[in-house]
Design a protein around this ligand. Sequence first.
Ligand SMILES: [Zn+2]
Length: 146
Amino acid sequence: MTIEKTSTKYEKPIPLKTPDNQPYWDAADNHELAIQCCGDCQQAIHPPGPACPHCGSPTLEWMNYGNDITGEIYSFVMTYVPMLPGFQHDLPTIIAQVAVDQVEGVQITANIINAKPEDIAIGKAVKMTWLDITEDRALPQWELIG
Ligand SMILES: [Zn+2]
């Protein structure tokens, strides 16, 4: 017997896991934030890569910051034209670079969801939330606080 799925297909691109970023996306799938950090100079690294951009060390570690993640909008763009397939259903798309409170020196770029364009401004507080996009993948997104 086959079970027919009734959920709507996710139309947007799904981020690929690579050897460098897999811990970030694995944590996101569990609705948690993991950030790469340098085993030598101890600085946080985002986006993750094969070596520390601060000191060049290839000794990298991962820190899990859990699911209570907040930040401040550092910059943002709004697009009224879908830049990628699937985004035509949620225009304008608001994409923000957010300075993360819990991780010194790290900014994470993601969509701000459930917000009116006129409520978005640099300096506003946001919290991370995770959208379940398939059975086993979830995407970090930002939401305004309050
Ligand atoms: Zn380093």
